[in-house]
Structure formats: structure tokens, C-alpha cells
Design a protein around this ligand. Structure first.
Ligand code: HEC
Length: 139
């Protein structure tokens, strides 16, 4: 049992590395940084989330800038992360949550925002746990 517990940080580290983009050598990405389309989109989603969060806290109307529907088509660093029946399902819930947030009356913006961040976490829990610590900061 103790041995298993000792392995946990190692497993986390490996998962984290798998989802952080230090593409050395093997990347076929056209981007000079070697970042995949999906990774770049994720960063925009994160930054847009921070901006929207600030708008909600200040009681301003929510304006969404990120092209969130691209999540359905953007290419990942490791396409295996997008295989399986879960990915399109999680991506679709995220898109739905973004639309609900975009269309929400101001009184509901906070709830819709939290629900949207939950859809980030759901997919990440399954496909890519590394960025979860960062995503939690959006709450
Ligand atoms: C449908 C699944 C899914 C959803 C929903 C999702 N992600 Fe991701 N995310 C991924 C995958 C897969 C990667 C790895 C991308 C790659 O390496 O190409 C990733 C990578 C990231 C990264 C690391 C990007 C980098 O710099 O390499 C961040 C940050 C991130 N996501 C934040 C978010 C946030 C914030 C949300 C919600 C607004 C979100 N994600 C929703 C699947 C998802």
C-alpha cells in the first residue's frame, strides 16, 4: 500500500508531462513553438475565462471572445487524447455550456459560468489531468 502511495506523485508527473507541450523533435506541428491547434485554443479558452470571470465579478455584461466551437475540430498534440466516445461528448457539453453562458441573463451569469468551468474539469479529468490545477483558478 505504501509503495502504491509513493507512486501517485510519479503518475501525476507523467500525466502532467503528457499534457504539457514540450514538443521535442517528434512534433509535426507547423507552429514554431510546436503547440497544437487544440493547445493554443485551450490557452485562449483559459484567458477568455479569466476575462469573463472578471466581468461577472464587476457585474458587467458577459462578452465571449474565444471561438469556442473550434474545440470540435481543433487538432491535439496527441490525437489519442481525442479518441474514444468521451471526447466529442465532453466537447459538446462545453460548447452547450458556453452558449448558455453567452445567452444568460446577468442574474444567471455566475451560475452558468461555474457550470461552464465544470465542463472543462470533466473533460480534463478524463483526457488530460495536467491543467486541472490551473483551470480551478477560474472558479
Ligand atoms: C473536450 C475535452 C476538453 C475540454 C472541454 C477542455 N479541455 Fe483543455 N485540454 C484538452 C486536451 C485534450 C488538451 C491537450 C491539448 C494538446 O496537447 O494538444 C487540453 C489542454 C489544456 C490546457 C493546456 C494547454 C497548453 O498550454 O498546452 C489548458 C490550460 C486547458 N486545456 C484549459 C481548459 C479550459 C480553461 C477549459 C474550459 C474553458 C478546457 N480546457 C476545456 C481537453 C479539453
Amino acid at each position: 500500500m505504501k509503495k502504491l502511495i509513493a507512486l501517485i506523485p510519479l503518475v501525476c508527473l507523467l500525466l502532467w508531462q503528457a499534457c504539457s507541450n514540450d514538443n521535442t523533435g517528434t512534433s509535426k506541428s507547423l507552429n514554431p513553438n510546436g503547440d497544437s491547434e487544440l493547445a493554443l485554443l485551450m490557452r485562449q479558452m483559459f484567458e477568455d475565462g479569466e476575462r469573463v470571470h472578471a466581468q461577472i465579478q464587476k457585474g458587467e455584461p458577459v462578452s465571449i471572445q474565444v471561438d469556442f466551437e473550434k474545440i470540435m475540430t481543433a487538432k491535439a498534440t496527441d490525437p489519442a487524447k481525442m479518441q474514444g466516445p468521451e471526447f466529442p461528448h465532453f466537447a459538446a457539453s462545453y460548447v452547450e455550456a458556453m452558449k448558455a453562458l453567452r445567452d444568460a441573463p446577468p442574474a444567471e451569469a455566475q451560475d452558468k459560468y461555474s457550470a461552464m468551468v465544470a465542463t472543462c474539469m470533466n473533460c480534463h479529468e478524463q483526457s488530460c489531468p495536467g491543467p486541472m490545477v490551473r483551470i480551478k483558478k477560474l472558479l
